[in-house]
Design a protein around this ligand. Sequence first.
Ligand SMILES: [Zn+2]
Ligand SMILES: [Zn+2]
Length: 349
Amino acid sequence: MTMKAVVLADWNELRVEEVEQPVPGPGEILVKVTACGLCGTDLKMVQGRFQERGWPPSLPFVMGHEWTGTVVEIGPDVTRTDLQVGDQVAAENHIGCRECSNCRTGRYNLCISSARSEFKLYGHTAPGALAEYAARPAVMFHKISDSIGPLAGALVNQGSLTVHAMRRVGLAPGSTAAVFGPGLLGLMSTANAKALGAARVIIVGRGSRLSIAAEMGADEIVDYEAQDPVEAIRDLTGGLGVDYVFECAGNPSVIPQALASTKRGGKVALLGLTGGSTIPISPDKLTLDEIDLLGVRSSPNAYPAMIRLMETGAVDVSPLMHHIYPMERVGEALDALESRQAIRPIVAI
Ligand SMILES: [Zn+2]
Ligand SMILES: [Zn+2]
């Protein structure tokens, strides 16, 4: 049996092709994919900019790692009893080895064995889900209710990363936060911070995305093309700075700005990758002001919380659902991402 899939046939060459339909192996579940988002990592993979990381390990390669779908077959030896055929699910892409010291303490995003080939990172080192069907170990799936919808479930993946960011900083009720970068991570961070009780969220960016930031709950908007973001944040906080900064721009020049915008005793979370760049920072500033600088990677144990936030409407993702494409127009979807027209293009399958 074959299925349609979006295949990276050569660098910068995505094609919709017939490929072999996966069969669920022992412990696996087969899902009919309903939607898959495209992100900056996909774009860089298509351009061949992650070749040295082995993303993808070889060509041709089925893309896609931010996805949702409906269970169509439970494979042999699946021990989970809470998933049935017909359930809508969102999928994690990596669940670690479950044996190393980090996995055993719940930090499977930092699995010590993750580089070993048997621990797949689906959509990066193993085939993705930009296809009609995907099979994965049952443990990777999380059930989502119909209220989320067959397309918006594709946003659970990145939303969960921002839940992990909120946990990393330990966001307190009534606090203040600044978010640099109004892309999907920045907008989901904004919505999550508000849902968790931040009194005031300031978003820093430029262009049309800033209007969506207001829809996602931002209280104050700073256009860095019109004003200095550090001065603006200081002005808005009576000169103190914010309790938390979420750096979602992936821009190294933002990091000194983030530190300068943080209140003494505050925390800075880095959600964006900068492509291997380095940046001078003042260690004395961290020491004398006791600023915590925190890396945030992936979304360990965060899917269930994100799903509940979306199901209850505490986080409303409808302002983000404006760029939906059929599989045949995946090239257009990627162009919309590259040109910044779309915050998150979603391929409906
Ligand atoms: Zn992604
Ligand atoms: Zn591990």
